[in-house]
Design a protein around this ligand. Structure first.
Ligand code: CA
Ligand code: CA
Ligand code: CA
Length: 477
């Protein structure tokens, strides 16, 4: 939403939407996009082949057998073993790795369902600096080891994943590999699959693979170089939307910790004049997002954190591209917009979801479809938008909020944006300073996959379980 008049846009849109509704445009369901193929293969060898050993030495190579690049930070390997005693503790070490030992992590876990040959596992992971594997590439040698903290010998003969006869690299399916939380290689000890993406009884299992953007907004400040490195622009350039004379102030974007979790805070403030108004926006630098699932956990506010209430504020999560000409068909925009104090002719709080075909800036003319709900949405909300080849769906807190028609589907990729701004200064005419916060916990996009809200939640949980605060596998368009 940039550089265009917004006053009255909803009213006009309603009329046009009604007109379009009478023209019998037919939604044409196209073929469903193929699920992005993600696959891994794990080769194993041991360099400590004895039934007992001072340390176990499982060495690995991981190969990308899929058709798209894999970020190693999304890969986990589990080696299953039976502990030498219930109280035994173990330490991990990396002797040498082509990818660099500093980029390889090892942690130990306890199985929920112990078997005769496994009650613990060593989980190998990678840092975000480990890089990625193009299709067909492998990690090269990873010479790993683990040992009892007491340095007592360990018994390998009873370990599920151990094979003393395999002293040169070969595929080994008694270790498992997970990609973005989905098990894509190997067989875990019975009852201990890290995940089972094919289990039809669990509706929260996300589909395997899929190229995703996930960001938990774990940054230090708006000047943190990781923000730009991760593809975000904290807006400073002037222009619409908002009140004339307002500035977009990057210093008003902060990253506080809320309940132990970093969030992005967009602060918008005013003292009743355009010149005193500070608005905030954070957007992806790249327009590379089209079909698939978009999700964010957003905290809307009904009241300012200081000063008098009543401003015509807009708190948002949206995707958008650029209007190349008035009424150009290939424009696209999909919005969640919360107005805590009304505006656009509304007198109270209202949440809009709006899907845009196109518009004409002058004279103002909009072609869109929207769904609205007149109630308070103060507090945290899970917002999900899905776009496939037949419809656009908006969910709030797991409930379907609106379904929009195929004629509003995007023709071109878009950016992902969050902003908070003032429609006008008519809601509160005081010149006393006031400031409002919108907060964002995370954002997720999965390209070409329509996820349910439960699958979105499971995927976010999987990223956090893997210690992943940021990943971007979505190719440039
Ligand atoms: Ca053992
Ligand atoms: Ca977060
Ligand atoms: Ca369009």
């Amino acid at each position: 939403m940039s550089n265009r008049p917004l006053s009255g846009r909803r009213r006009v849109a309603l009329v046009l939407s009604a007109l379009l509704g009478g023209t019998a445009l037919v939604a044409v369901p196209l073929s469903t996009p193929a699920a992005a193929a993600g696959g891994l293969a794990v080769q194993y060898r041991t360099s400590a082949s004895g039934a007992t050993a001072d340390q176990s030495e499982p060495w690995f190579k991981v190969r990308n057998t899929g058709s798209t690049a894999v970020q190693l930070s999304q890969v986990k390997i589990r080696y299953y073993f039976k502990a030498d005693s219930a109280s035994a503790t173990y330490r991990f070490a990396c002797s040498w790795a082509v990818k660099g030992c500093a980029n390889v992590t090892g942690t130990f876990g306890t199985l929920a369902h112990p078997t005769g040959t496994a009650d613990r596992y060593l989980e190998i992971g990678f840092t975000s600096t480990a890089g990625s594997l193009v299709p067909g590439a492998d990690t090269g040698d990873m010479q790993l080891r683990f040992y009892q903290s007491s340095w007592q010998p360990l018994n390998q003969a009873d370990d599920y994943s151990f094979n003393g006869a395999q002293t040169s690299y070969a595929d080994w399916n008694k270790v498992t590999a997970q990609l973005a939380g989905a098990t894509v290689w190997g067989t875990a000890p019975a009852g201990n699959d890290p995940t089972d993406p094919t289990d039809p009884t669990d509706p929260t299992d996300p589909p395997g693979g899929g190229q995703a953007l996930f960001d938990d907004f774990s940054y230090s400040s708006y000047t943190d170089p990781a923000i730009s490195a991760h593809g975000w622009n904290v807006r400073s350039n002037s222009g619409g939307p908002g009140v004339p004379g307002a500035a977009w102030d990057p210093s008003k974007v902060t990253f506080p910790t809320v309940s132990g979790n970093k969030v992005m805070n967009l602060e918008t403030s005013t003292a009743g004049t355009g010149e005193s108004t500070r608005q905030t926006e954070v957007l992806t630098k790249s327009m590379k997002f089209k079909n698939g699932t978009y999700a964010a956990r957003v905290k809307f506010a009904d009241a300012p954190k200081s000063g008098p209430d009543g401003d015509h504020l807009v708190q948002t999560f949206f995707t958008i591209n650029d209007l190349k000409a008035p009424m150009a068909d290939d424009y696209a925009e999909y919005d969640f917009e919360y107005l805590p104090n009304g505006g656009w002719g509304e007198t109270g709080n209202i949440l809009y979801t709006t899907s845009w075909e196109t518009y004409n800036p002058d004279p103002w003319q909009a072609v869109n479809q929207h769904t609205e709900s007149r109630q308070s949405y103060a507090g945290w909300h899970d917002l999900v938008l899905t776009i496939d080849n037949s419809s656009i769906k908006y969910y709030v807190d797991g409930q379907l909020f609106g379904t929009h028609d195929a004629q509003y589907l995007p023709e071109r990729p878009m950016s992902i944006n969050f902003n908070q701004w003032l429609i006008d200064l008519a809601g509160q005419t005081s010149t006393t300073a006031r400031a409002y916060d919108e907060q964002v916990d995370y954002v997720l996009h999965v390209k070409d996959q329509v996820l349910t809200p439960a699958q979105v939640a499971a995927k976010v949980t999987a990223y956090r379980g893997a210690g992943t605060a940021f990943v971007d596998e979505v190719p440039s368009s």
